[in-house]
Design a protein around this ligand. Structure first.
Ligand code: URA
Length: 301
């Protein structure tokens, strides 16, 4: 008799939970354990897989709202994402962020910990920021100093923030991965997926009005969209971090429905191709308009 493996059951359950998650259902209650043990499921019996949306089908389906995208959560992470977190119910976002940092610990969850990282580079900035920037991963300077965007790309990001009429301390800055990939290579999928619950938790605690994804790696990891930068930029996305609840007790606004997400060029790319700075400025102006920020020279008039 054909048997369904634990891995298949795990995958089916993950898919089912992802489906509920996409519907906005986050809380689950446990029934008494079934009389049928996992290993006893027969292939001919109806299974969870029969009634769930398979990933390959979902790819074909038109998005319910083309302007909206919620980051898909990997099968391995869906249980992690949906489980209660120690910061839930902590009203002070600074305290909640500290709890997330402590939970991350001296992380050895992915292979980056043994590939030469000096230290973990956690997000920094205003725990109540309206605006958050998300980059790719720490470079050599960030790895040495333990803070995101402190090298050359960071200097340019600081200038971009200043040009918006803001100070670095007013915003929150984080990366998709918290550890430096060796030789500044692009972080690999498993590394991004391992780190992403911690980023999602930071976003869920801060509840910024806007997240700006810096570059394609950040954009593609935050959104369920694999598209060139030319298509990703210049528009808004509705975004709710995986695992965040609209009725989260730590929220100042109980009806919090997520954040708006915009995509712009990574500052390191702009250093290589400064001709694109004008395009990046257009993206930032879109953000400023939404946040009601006047550019400094206009504000001074
Ligand atoms: N590039 C990034 O994506 N993040 C940093 O923190 C620094 C450079």
């Amino acid at each position: 008799m054909l048997r369904i493996s634990d891995a298949q059951v795990h995958r089916a359950l993950a898919e089912r939970m992802r489906f509920y998650h996409e519907l906005g259902i986050y809380d689950f209650y446990r029934r008494e354990p079934s009389a049928v043990a996992v290993g006893e499921y027969a292939a001919e019996a109806p299974t969870a897989r029969d009634s769930i949306i398979q990933p390959e089908m979902r790819e074909e389906m038109p998005a319910r709202n083309p302007a909206a995208a919620v980051r898909p959560v990997s099968d391995d992470n869906i249980f992690e994402v949906l489980s209660p977190k120690p910061e839930y119910g902590v009203a002070d976002p600074a305290a909640a962020l500290k709890i997330i940092r402590e939970d991350l610990g001296d992380c050895i969850r992915c292979k980056l910990h043994k590939q030469g990282r000096k230290q973990i580079v956690f997000g920094v900035g205003n725990p109540r920021a309206e605006l958050m920037f998300v980059g790719e991963g720490p470079g050599a300077d960030e790895d040495a100093q333990g803070e995101p965007f402190v090298g050359r790309a960071g200097q340019l990001l600081n200038n971009m923030i200043k040009a918006m009429g803001l100070q670095r301390e007013q915003v929150y800055i984080a990366n998709i991965v918290n550890c430096r990939p060796p030789g500044n290579r692009t972080p690999e999928r498993d590394e991004c997926e391992t780190c992403s619950p911690f980023l999602m938790r930071q976003i869920a605690v801060i509840k910024p009005k806007v997240v700006v994804a810096l570059g394609a790696v950040a954009a593609k990891n935050l959104l369920a969209i694999n598209a060139p930068m030319s298509e990703l930029r210049g528009r808004w996305y509705d975004f709710r971090p995986a695992g965040a609840r609209s009725n989260d007790l730590s929220s100042d606004s109980p009806s919090w429905n997520g954040v708006r997400l915009a995509v712009t060029y990574h500052p390191a790319f702009l250093l290589r191709d400064p001709r694109q700075k004008g395009e990046a400025w257009k993206d930032l102006q879109m953000v400023m308009k939404y946040l009601g920020i006047e550019p400094p020279n206009k504000a001074a008039e």
